[in-house]
Design a binder for this molecule. Structure first.
Ligand code: SF4
Ligand code: SF4
Length: 351
C-alpha cells in the first residue's frame, strides 16, 4: 500500500495553482503524533511504499531522517518542489527509490507559475539525485500556458527525468476556458505524444510518459477499480496531526477521514461516482480523481467538461492498443515492460 506521510503543512513556495502552505491549524508544521504508533501500522504492511509529502516535505528534514531511521518500508520516496534538497543528507537520499520533482516544462512556463529561478533549482536537484541513483519523475502542473507536446519533450530531452507525469490545473483553480484550450492545444499535443510513444515502442523502447503508459498498463493488467492514485483503497495520507486520510488534498473534508494513527483506520474501498459505474472507460480511468469526483468544485457542468476532455485523451491512447498488442505478440516489446503501478510512485495516471 502507498503511505503519503506529511512531514509539515508548510511550503517555502507559493505556486499560483496551489497557493503554498496549509494553515498550521489544519496541517500542523511539525509532527504531533507518536512515530512508534505509525511505525506499527506501516510495518504491518509488507508492501509499504512511503512517500514524504507536505507542504514541502524537505522543510522538515529531521522528521524524514527520524522516520527512515525508525520505520522500515519496502520503498521510500518524496514529492518535493526540489528547492530544499540539500537539507537532507546524501545517505538518506541514497535510500530513496524515487523523487517526484515539481516542474512544469520549459523554464518560462515553470517560473511563471512557481517563481523566478525555480526551474534551475529543480534541474540542479534532479542532477544531484540522479547522481546518487535516485529515480526521478518530473511532476508537471498543466495550465493554459502549457504546450503539452513541447513541455513534455523538453523534460524528456533534458535526460534528467526517468518518467514524466502531469496533472491538469482544473478544479483547483477558478474556472477558465479549459475546453477551448484543450481543443486548440492540449488534445492535439497529447495525440502527438501518443504517436511518439508508439513509434518508440516499435523500436522496443517504452517511453515513461505516465498518462500514456498507465492506461496501456491498465489494458493489459486488469485496470483500476477506483481512482488510479489508490485514494482510500490502496493509498492513505497521514497528516501531521495524526489523522489518516483517503487523499492528501482532502485535509478539510470529513468524508476523507479514515481514522487516526492512535486509534487505527479503515479503508473506504474503491469509490465510483454514478456516472463512472456504467462508463465504458471506467477500467482505464477509475473515475479519475476521487477528490474532484466527490467535491465537484466546478459544478456538474465542470465535471462533465473535464470528462469530455478525459475521454478524448483516453480515445487517443486506446487507439494504439491494437498495435501494442501486435508488437507484444511479435516480441518487439516485453509485456512486463508495459506494467505500471501508480501506487509504487504516488502518481495519478489520469491527468
Ligand atoms: S471517463 Fe468520466 S465517467 Fe468515465 S470513469 Fe472516467 S471520470 Fe468516470
Ligand atoms: S488524484 Fe485526487 S484523490 Fe488521488 S491523491 Fe490526487 S487529489 Fe487525491
Amino acid at each position: 500500500m502507498l503511505w503519503l506521510v506529511f512531514t509539515t503543512g508548510f511550503c517555502n513556495l507559493r505556486c499560483d495553482y496551489c497557493g503554498g502552505s496549509f494553515p498550521s491549524k489544519v496541517v500542523p508544521y511539525t509532527v504531533r503524533y507518536d512515530i512508534e504508533k505509525l511505525k506499527r501500522l506501516v510495518e504491518a504492511d509488507p508492501q509499504a511504499t512511503v512517500i514524504f509529502y507536505g507542504g514541502e516535505p524537505l522543510a522538515n528534514p529531521r522528521f524524514v531522517e527520524e522516520f527512515m531511521d525508525r520505520v522500515r518500508a519496502r520503498r521510500y520516496g518524496v514529492q518535493t518542489n526540489g528547492t530544499l534538497y540539500r537539507l537532507l543528507p546524501d545517505p538518506y537520499w541514497k535510500r530513496m527509490s524515487v523523487a517526484l520533482l515539481s516542474i512544469d516544462g520549459r523554464e518560462s512556463v515553470t517560473d511563471r507559475h512557481r517563481g523566478r529561478g525555480v526551474y534551475r533549482r529543480v534541474l540542479e536537484a534532479a542532477r544531484h539525485l540522479k547522481s546518487l541513483g535516485v529515480e526521478t519523475i518530473a511532476r508537471m502542473a498543466v495550465t493554459q500556458d502549457t504546450d503539452i507536446y513541447e513541455d513534455v519533450m523538453h523534460l524528456l530531452g533534458l535526460g534528467l527525468f526517468d518518467k514524466v507525469h502531469w496533472q491538469l490545473d482544473v478544479v483547483w483553480s477558478p474556472r477558465w476556458d479549459f475546453e477551448g484550450w484543450a481543443e486548440r492545444s492540449y488534445l492535439p499535443g497529447v495525440r502527438r505524444l501518443v504517436d511518439l510513444f508508439i513509434s518508440e515502442l516499435r523500436r522496443g523502447r517504452v517511453l515513461k510518459i505516465i498518462p500514456i503508459l498507465g492506461v496501456v498498463s491498465a489494458h493489459f493488467f486488469g485496470g483500476y477499480p477506483g481512482s488510479p492514485c489508490g485514494a482510500g483503497y490502496r493509498s492513505v495520507a497521514v497528516s501531521t496531526d495524526g489523522r489518516v486520510l483517503a487523499c492528501p488534498i482532502a485535509v478539510y473534508e470529513r468524508w476523507a477521514e479514515l481514522g487516526t494513527v492512535d486509534g487505527g483506520f479503515r479503508l473506504m474501498g474503491p469509490y465510483l461516482a454514478k456516472e463512472c459505474a456504467s462508463c465504458p472507460y471506467r477500467r482505464y480511468c477509475g473515475g479519475r480523481c476521487l477528490y474532484a469526483s466527490i467535491e465537484r468544485d466546478w459544478g456538474e457542468e465542470g465535471f462533465t467538461a473535464v470528462d469530455r476532455v478525459t475521454r478524448a485523451y483516453l480515445d487517443a491512447v486506446l487507439s494504439i492498443i491494437p498495435e501494442v498488442e501486435r508488437l507484444v505478440k511479435e516480441g518487439a516489446v516485453r509485456l512486463e515492460d508495459l506494467r505500471y503501478d501508480p501506487t509504487e510512485d504516488s502518481t495519478e495516471v489520469i491527468p
